[in-house]
Design a protein around this ligand. Structure first.
Ligand SMILES: [Zn+2]
Length: 489
C-alpha cells in the first residue's frame, strides 16, 4: 500500500506520487496575523503538522513553505484603528502565532515566508500576467485579474463560472461565491495605507497574489501539494490557480488537500454566538494544550469535527491513559522473557497505524489501534503476564505513535504557566485561580500515584514535575509517614 490522499481538484482519492521520488514540495496557507488564532484555524494547522510528520516518518524529504500574511484589508483596518504601523501591528500577532504553534507542538515548516518581504516577486508576477493579457491596470493604478481570460476558472471549487460579467470587479480580499468577478492583484495607494514602490507602480498586493508568488519562488512552478482550510477553496485557492497557471502555462499544484471547518458545541463558531475561542481562551479556562491538540487531531480532516468541552475532557483522559501506559512500561518491574502474543500485537499495531494514516490520514483509526494495544497490554500486565521482552517490543510502537501525535511528553503545566504569565502581563486576568487547570479528586489521586511510582523507580525529575503540576493546579501535597495527604488550595 502507498499513501493515498483526497485531492479536491480531481474530487477523489489518489495515490500520492511526488514529481521527484521521496521529495515533497508542499505549500500551506498560513495565518493572516490580525488577531489571535482561533481553534478553527488550529484544526487546519494541527492537520498540516500531522501530515508533515507522517510524510517524514514515511521517508520523504520535505520542502514545506508556509506564508505569513502580514498585510491585508483586516490588518490595515485594525492597525489604523489602533494608530500604529502595519508591521508594528502584525508583529504582535505573528509572535503570538508562533507561540501558539509551540503550545500545540506544531513543527515549523522548512520555510516561513512573510508577504511584506516578497513584494518585488509579487509585482513581477503581476507584470508577467499583464504582458500575457491576464491582468489589466485601472486608472488609479490598481491591477485586476481578468477572469474571462482563463477558461478553467472554477475547476477547483467546481462552480459554474459561465455567467460572469467581463470587467465587473471586486477589490476586497475575501468575498462570497456568488461574487465571481475580476479580483484585485494590486491595490493603488490610499492615504494612510501601507504602500510599496515597485516595477508596476506604488501600492500594495492583494491577498491571493501573495501565495502564488511565494509558492513559486521557493517551490518552483509546479508543486506537489497545496493545503489549507476548506474555506480557502473559493476564492483564495481558485485565484491562486488562475494566477499561477496563467503566468506559467503549467499546472500549479498537483494535489489540493483541504481541512473541514469545525463546529463548536454543534454550532458554527462565531463571536455573536459566544462560542468563539482562541487557543489562549481555552488554556485560560484550564484546558491543557495536549488535550486541545489531541481533540483536534482525533477526527480525520475531511470529517466534520464537533468541538465540545465534553470532548476536551475525554481528550484529556485519553492523553492521561497513554502517558500512564508509557510510564508503566518505563517504571514497572517485568520478569525476563517475552510472549509471542504481545510481540504479534506490537507488530500488528505498527502496521495498523501506518495503514490507517496511509488511508488519507485516518487518524481516528490510528488512535483506535494504539488504544487496542494499550488495553491488551495493560490486561497482560495486570495479570502479571507482561514480560521484559514484551515491553521492549511495545515501546517502539509508542515511539512511532508519538512521532505523529506528539502528546506523550508532559509539558502541559509549563505551557499553562506561560499562557498565564502572558494573560497577567496583558491584564486579561481578573482572577488568577480562574485559569488553574481543574483536576477532579480522581485525577489528583491518579497523579499522586504516578508520583509515588516515579519515586519508587527513583525517577526524581518526573516525581518533581508531577508535584509542580499539582501545585500549578492549586493542589497542595503533604508527605506524611502515613503516605501523601492533599488538599485544594
Ligand atoms: Zn494562501
Amino acid at each position: 500500500m502507498a499513501l493515498e490522499v483526497f485531492n479536491t481538484l480531481s474530487n477523489r482519492l489518489e495515490p500520492l506520487q511526488p514529481l521527484e521520488d521521496k521529495r515533497i514540495r508542499m505549500y500551506s496557507c498560513g495565518p493572516t496575523v490580525y488577531d489571535y488564532g482561533h481553534i478553527g484555524n488550529f484544526r487546519t494547522f494541527v492537520f498540516v503538522d500531522l501530515f508533515r510528520r507522517f510524510l517524514r516518518q514515511s521517508g520523504y524529504r520535505l520542502d514545506h513553505v508556509m506564508n505569513i500574511t502580514d498585510v491585508d484589508d483586516k490588518i490595515i483596518r485594525n492597525a489604523s484603528q489602533r494608530g500604529v504601523g502595519v508591521r508594528e501591528y502584525a508583529e504582535v500577532y505573528e509572535r503570538a502565532f508562533f507561540e501558539d504553534m509551540r503550545m500545540l507542538s506544531l513543527q515549523k515548516p522548512e520555510r516561513i515566508a512573510r508577504a511584506t518581504e516578497h513584494i518585488p516577486e509579487m509585482a513581477r508576477l503581476i507584470a508577467r500576467l499583464e504582458r500575457k493579457g491576464f491582468a489589466y491596470r485601472t486608472e488609479d493604478g490598481s491591477y485586476y485579474y481578468r477572469i474571462a481570460s482563463f477558461p478553467e476558472y472554477g475547476k477547483l471549487s467546481k462552480k459554474d463560472m459561465s455567467g460572469i460579467t467581463d470587467g465587473a470587479r471586486v477589490d476586497v480580499d475575501e468575498y462570497e461565491k456568488d461574487n465571481v468577478r475580476d479580483f484585485a492583484l494590486w491595490k493603488a495607494p490610499k492615504p494612510g495605507e501601507a504602500q510599496w514602490q515597485t516595477e508596476i507602480g506604488p501600492g500594495r498586493p492583494g491577498w491571493h497574489i501573495e501565495c502564488s508568488a511565494m509558492a513559486m519562488e521557493y517551490l518552483g512552478e509546479t508543486l506537489d501539494i497545496h493545503l489549507g482550510g476548506e474555506d480557502l477553496i473559493f476564492p483564495h485557492h481558485e485565484n491562486e490557480i488562475a494566477q499561477s497557471e496563467a503566468a506559467t502555462g503549467k499546472q500549479f499544484a498537483r494535489y489540493w488537500m483541504h481541512v473541514r471547518f469545525l463546529l463548536v458545541e454543534g454550532q458554527k463558531m462565531s463571536k455573536s454566538l459566544g462560542n468563539f475561542y482562541t487557543l489562549r481562551d481555552l488554556m485560560l479556562k484550564g484546558h491543557k494544550a495536549s488535550s486541545i491538540r489531541y481533540l483536534l487531531a482525533s477526527v480525520p480532516h475531511q470529517k466534520q469535527l464537533n468541538f465540545t468541552f465534553d470532548g476536551l475532557t475525554q481528550a484529556a483522559h485519553a492523553v492521561e491513559r497513554l502517558r500512564n501506559f508509557k510510564l508503566r512500561l518505563e517504571t514497572g518491574h517485568f520478569p525476563a522473557g517475552d510472549t509471542p502474543e504481545i510481540n504479534a500485537l506490537a507488530q500488528s499495531t505498527r502496521e495498523k497505524m501506518r495503514v490507517a494514516l496511509e488511508d488519507n490520514m485516518n487518524t481516528a483509526q490510528a488512535l483506535a489501534a494504539i488504544f487496542d494495544m494499550l488495553r491488551e497490554s495493560n490486561a497482560a500486565a495486570d495479570a502479571g503476564k507482561l514480560l521484559r521482552g514484551d515491553v521492549e517490543a511495545l515501546q517502539p510502537v509508542l515511539q512511532q505513535f508519538e512521532e505523529i501525535f506528539a502528546v506523550l511528553q508532559d509539558d502541559d503545566a509549563e505551557k499553562t504557566r506561560q499562557v498565564l504569565e502572558w494573560a497577567r502581563a496583558e491584564g486579561k486576568l481578573a482572577d488568577d485561580t480562574a485559569a488553574l487547570p481543574k483536576l477532579s479528586k480522581e485525577e489528583v489521586e491518579q497523579k499522586i500515584e504516578q508520583r509515588q511510582q516515579a519515586r519508587r523507580a527513583r525517577d526524581f525529575v518526573r516525581a518533581d514535575t508531577i508535584r509542580r503540576d499539582l501545585e500549578q493546579a492549586g493542589i497542595i501535597l503533604e508527605d506524611t509517614k502515613d503516605g501523601v495527604r492533599w488538599k485544594y488550595r
